[in-house]
Ligand binder design. Sequence first.
Ligand SMILES: Nc1ncnc2c1ncn2[C@@H]1O[C@H](COP(=O)(O)OP(=O)(O)O)[C@@H](O)[C@H]1O
Ligand SMILES: O=C(O)[C@@H](CO)OP(=O)(O)O
Length: 373
Amino acid sequence: MNLVVAFDSFKGTMSAAEACAAAADELRARHPGWRVVEVPMADGGEGTAEALCVARGGAWKTCRVTGPRPDQSVEARWVWMAADRTAVIEMAEAAGLTLLQERERDPLVTTTFGVGELMAAAAAGGAERIELAVGGSATVDGGTGAAAALGYRFSGPDGRDLPPGGGSLERLATIVRPSSLTLPPVEVLCDVDNPLCGPEGAAAVYAPQKGASSEGVARLERGLGRLAEAVNTDGVCPRGLERAAGAGAAGGLAYGAAALLGARLVSGVDAVMRVARLEAHLRDADWVLTGEGRLDEQSARGKVVAGVSRKAREQGARVAAVAGAVSLPERHARELALEEIASLEEACGAETARRDPQKALRTAVRNLTFHAE
Ligand SMILES: Nc1ncnc2c1ncn2[C@@H]1O[C@H](COP(=O)(O)OP(=O)(O)O)[C@@H](O)[C@H]1O
Ligand SMILES: O=C(O)[C@@H](CO)OP(=O)(O)O
């Protein structure tokens, strides 16, 4: 039996490499004759720079930049791939949700300014290409913070600059582009395929987890709508980018990067699968085991489990998923062709699942019925 183990990170408890190693160890211990290959995955969210650095060989650099709250600074890392003069920047390093305590979360004020500072540092360091991995954000500012760090100005009806954060965007009147933008081509690796606005958009779907109230979500939605309107009126970039798949990733940073910085949006999981050569590993696989921290409706939006499952089906491999917690509606499980689903919480209880996630993952893997194959 040939098995591929291709987990995403379990946010806050296990990296993708740790999850893959724990599951693979368990399978090898139980079935010494099986061939088990570990392929740590990512989709644009946290852990993407690490996955790409491991797969392609790169060097970590650090830079002190503005954090998710405008009055904070953080030491953010990015990856330099010298061979092709490419910088891989993960937005969550400067503006990720996990950088904030629960009480500090507020997408009305959090900003992607530090992400723009990282992009400027990479450009100044000689990058000829930037790959911007987006997801896991604390922000819903439509990428205006990052653009402001690169010289854009966003002002209200009184002509004064708007304060940082998604909360002020509903007052946006004028966008002033910098006279020159010194950036190499940017490719955005989007962790989800949501559009910018509407019921499937960045505010409605992801702002509540970042600390927005229902009134806050409505303000953010109006703000993102106003941003798209202003961009479409100024006519410098193609109209309708707000509807592109992935525009809503990372609170609309993907949209801002496309509309204001000329970036190209691509699927993060597709990019990581290509670099990690997942397709080649799947060619002779009977089963693939994948998963993430929480398997839910968002998982079906182009994230790791959705991408791995699609690739597995193309190659004729069957798919089982193991996640920390599972709340995936049945129709999505069918859509994703997940033949077996297990959860660490069910296997060991919520407390052990978080306290000793690797042990809990091994137990959950032990309970899968595909061992009988
Ligand atoms: N070991 C674990 N056991 C149970 N739940 C977990 C575990 N690790 C992470 N989670 C939960 O997963 C959620 C994050 O989901 P995840 O799929 O990792 O990231 P994202 O949805 O941002 O891609 C968090 O709510 C976290 O509590
Ligand atoms: O940052 C965000 O808004 C979301 C979607 O991009 O990321 P995650 O699913 O990791 O919370």
